[in-house]
Design a protein around this ligand. Structure first.
Ligand code: ACM
Length: 608
């Protein structure tokens, strides 16, 4: 059967044309929008879950494409670009299901400057200090295979930037210097050889990474001089949503390599959300077995580009291999289990997590009904404790992110069991109850010897929120992070307006990405300060910066790279560079030095 499919945006409307060379009696169009949708003309809505909808069409006749017009239920949520067109579209008909041809998947327009980049040292993130000495060297490689430099060589080979080591290369003397700060180094480049002083493995590794990058950004003419360098923040993160889109393990490995090249050191692995729980935990095999794949006939239908069937899960062996790979690149992994909201799949896969007498009608911001576990149910604690124990124990970093974002309004209000719990514990509204739940769960994380973490909402509640020395991630902006810091929490700044790299670069219709926080051009990644000037008092509590990538509209792994690059250069700079003197224009110019270094390694494909 030959099917045709096109779609375009017209104001708040999404206008589709669906054709078939074979007559089809009242097929059902299944697809997902960015948010809950409705039919304006051309069909009858028969099912909706979050952005996913099923629309019965009239009979399709060969040569007569059918027009179907959709829009978001919330008409203020206007479609912006190609990522907002129907994703994962297919037809269900008497003979089965057939995928409609994919629409042109966008990748954002390139924002790199042209090589070679500016005069001066072409290094991102910029080093703390650079003292040029005049002259250049042209090393074919580095003649020192000490362990941290051998790790840089492995990174170089893995990213197509190798070899880094060469027996006949420039000699390098590695100096163990306990006077260097954590992750810091001093690298001296001179015609007779190199010296690299560091007090720990990470410092030596980053000195080597700087050298590797300079060999590529100054080909044949690496400037002589001395780099003195150390990071501003100990937490320099990259988050990846592997729940909405299943990213293959080798994509995660490559992402960690990219992070290492930019001196990022925390991979925030978001493998659980409404749509899936993807880590193959032993304690609850039915959880990942029932949610790893979504689509036709699955527990969760093809929300967010799920199509007829897509997905996957990560074995514990895969997780361990990723942990080892990350450790080699000086990256630690923060797993996230995401509770009590964003639990649609969890609740569908496991019994007993909701109050059977619940009458509430709360709906999540993504359009899911009943996606929050109920803390008054004993089974909820059995499940959450088991997940906390097993997931926490798997990851040697010793940190566990519990989630806590986007609790729907009126959650638990219709639950008699929750009402009784609130009365017993003296709790007021839903924030108090979430705070109570998180505090208990985080106490278990802490008792397991790990440090809890959560999104900014975890500070809410009359009890002061999650407590237990948790790290909170300030994502709706920086104000929640400032307030939480003043309440005693350590904060990672990831304001969506600057670090959410799933946002479209621009408002152009042929761009790609979300838009609810901002359009984020390269300049926007750097036009902010992790420590807002009006809140100098929170300096000791701001421990880091993180870039975020949500996978709602990702249908292929390779769509990731042109969304991250070159904008990750800006976020990495915010995480590393304490001087904050690099501006947007400077960053754009520097991107020219990196374009031909990073683009070939990270799967860029221009256009569709
Ligand atoms: C979030 O973006 N919901 C943390």
């Amino acid at each position: 059967m030959d099917l045709t499919f096109s779609a375009r945006i017209d104001g708040d409307l999404i206008i589709c044309e669906i054709g078939s060379d074979t007559p089809l009696a009242s097929p059902v169009f299944c697809a997902s929008l960015m948010a809950a949708g409705e039919v304006v003309e051309g069909g009858w809505l028969i099912h909706r879950l979050a952005g996913y909808l099923e629309v019965r069409l009239p009979a399709l006749e060969p040569g007569r494409p059918h027009r179907l017009v959709l829009r978001h239920l919330d008409r203020s949520y206007r479609p912006v670009n190609r990522a907002w067109l129907p994703l994962g579209a297919y037809l269900r008909h008497d003979g089965g299901c057939d995928a409609l041809p994919p629409l042109p998947a966008g990748v954002a327009p390139a924002e790199w400057s042209a090589p070679p980049g500016p005069e001066g040292l072409r290094l991102v993130p910029p080093p703390t200090d650079w003292q040029p000495a005049g002259g250049t060297v042209a090393p074919s490689g580095i003649a020192n295979s000490d362990e941290p430099l051998a790790a840089v060589d492995r990174l170089a080979h893995a990213t197509g930037l190798g070899p880094f080591l060469a027996a006949d290369g420039l000699p390098l003397r590695l100096i163990d210097d306990s006077g260097q700060p954590p992750e810091g180094y001093v690298l001296t480049i001179a015609p007779e050889g190199l010296t690299l002083a560091a007090g720990d493995r990470a410092g030596a590794f980053y000195g080597g990474v700087s050298l590797l990058m300079l060999m590529h950004t100054h080909p044949g003419a690496v400037p002589c001089g001395t780099i003195t360098d150390r990071p501003r923040f100990g937490w320099r993160g990259q988050h990846l949503d592997c729940a909405r889109h299943f990213f293959a393990p080798q994509t995660l490995t490559r992402l960690i390599d990219l992070m290492a090249l930019l001196k990022l050191n925390r991979f925030h692995w978001h493998f659980a959300d409404d749509e899936a729980f993807r880590l193959e935990v032993d304690c609850l095999p039915e959880l990942w077995q029932k949610t790893a794949f979504r689509g036709e006939g699955e527990l969760v239908p093809g929300v967010f580009g799920g199509g007829i069937r897509s997905g996957g899960s990560y074995s514990k062996a895969t997780a361990r291999a990723l942990i080892a790979h990350a450790a080699d690149r000086c990256v630690e992994i923060l797993p996230e289990i995401e509770v009590p909201a964003h639990g649609f799949g969890l609740i569908a896969a496991l019994d007993g997590l909701r109050d059977p007498d619940e009458t509430g009608t709360e709906v999540s911001i993504q359009g899911y009904p009943a996606n929050v576990v109920n803390p008054a149910m004993p089974r909820t604690w059995g499940v959450l404790n088991a997940l906390v124990d097993e997931v926490g124990a798997l990851f040697p970093f010793g940190h566990l992110h519990l989630g806590a974002d986007e609790l729907p309004p009126a959650t638990w209000d219709g639950s008699p069991a929750a009402a009784a719990l609130k009365a017993r514990e003296g709790l007021g509204g839903r924030d108090d109850l979430q705070g109570w739940l998180l505090e208990r769960l985080a106490a278990r994380v802490a008792a397991n010897g790990q440090r809890p973490a959560a999104w900014e909402e975890a500070a809410r509640g009359a009890n002061g929120g999650i407590g237990n020395n948790a790290i909170l991630f300030s994502w709706t902006g920086q104000a929640p992070g400032i307030a939480a810091a003043r309440a005693g929490y350590d904060i990672v700044m990831c304001p969506a307006q600057h670090t959410y790299l799933d946002m479209a670069h621009t408002g152009a219709a042929d761009d790609w990405g979300a838009a609810w926080a901002a359009f984020i051009g390269l300049e926007q990644t750097i036009s902010w300060s992790p420590l807002p000037p009006d809140a100098p008092d929170i300096a000791p509590s701001v421990i880091g910066v993180e870039a975020t990538f949500w996978g709602e509209f990702t249908t292929e792994d390779n769509q990731l790279w042109p969304m991250l690059l070159p904008r990750l250069l800006g976020v990495a700079t915010k995480a590393w560079d304490r001087a904050e003197t690099l501006d947007g224009a400077g960053l754009r110019a520097l991107s020219g030095a990196l374009r031909d270094v990073l683009k070939p390694a990270f799967g860029w494909h221009d256009g569709a």
